[in-house]
Design a binder for this molecule. Sequence first.
Ligand code: PMT
Length: 348
Amino acid sequence: MSVDLSGDQYFSSNPAPDSIHRHAELVRDFIASHPDRRIALVTSGGTTVPLEKRTVRFIDNFSAGTRGAKSAEHFLDAGYAVIFMHREFSLTPYAQHWSHLKDGFLGLLTEDPTGVVTVDSERQQEVLRVFRKYKKTRDDNLLLLIPFTTVTDYLHELRSIARLLDSVGSNGLLYLAAAVSDFFIPPDRMSEHKIQSTDAADATPTDKVAGKGGENDLAEEEFDNFDSCPPVLRSKRLVIDLDPVPKFLKALVEAWAPGCMVVSFKLETDPNLLIEKAKIALARYQHDLVVGNLLETRQKEVVFVTPGGAEEWIRLPKTGEVKEIEGLIVPAIIRLHDEYIKSHDQKK
Ligand code: PMT
């Protein structure tokens, strides 16, 4: 079997989501309404890999979209317009501040004696601060939310939006923080309906009980509870055979958005692999920055690996004003984006 390295075969054999054209329209309008502003495309959250076409089950990953949602807020604080491409129902900017609470936003509320519901006095300042930012972002139309679910939706949306964003040239920044599946089931091997755990629908167990002398008798071991009536066919093992998802970063950098700055994230669990893998990605895809992070410590430290091979660790101090690492990552990336824009202006 040949593996598709360009991605073209992947896009032609894996259908785009129904929403793709509607989303493209939204993105086109959004970009047109911010002619002189920097625009960041932030991808966020995990992608799913369906096991069935009419999907009951899917493979998922750990990402809740924390990195993406927090980073988007910092880009907005810095004056960027943000296209936030996120896994549906994962964390979103501003709402993320309370999503982790056991009772969600209800936990913030209190009722006064007249029956009016307000924010609890202890949370007023915090809610007001975030609400004002949210309101300004909404009123100035600075944030566009584009949801995806599967890895195929993600790749189609990314290609479509990246191509549109390329129209803003060096003012565009792609910040690829989503956790993208490396493996998937191609449509020609995917079951149309829910995968069955037994062959019960094909067999008529009462006719096929071992030892009853029928033509189609099944052996005893084919049943889970041989003594019960009616007998229950034994559940099958499910063996999943996944293909690699083609790496799309090269196409992104060379063809979809060649004028924009591209930052990818590299996730590893083995510290010995992180920097080496980040360097390999930079050499292979020729983009502008890899932000490396380890699963366990991703909220506390990341490493910037740049095309020249430099490595710079960014660590969240235990005390101080900055409370989340995205408050250090995003300003550092904006400084690199300043340089990127300058160097592209000089080439003009
Ligand atoms: O959401 P949080 O819990 O806050 O977690 C944040 C995060 C750990 C998910 C985030 O910081 C992060 O590391 N995101 C990238 C995860 C990832 O996909 O890593 P990877 O090593 O599998 O892929 C590296 C790069 O290759 C990614 O930029 C990805 O976009 C790209 N890729 C991946 C798969 C694929 N088929 N083609 C690709 O080009």
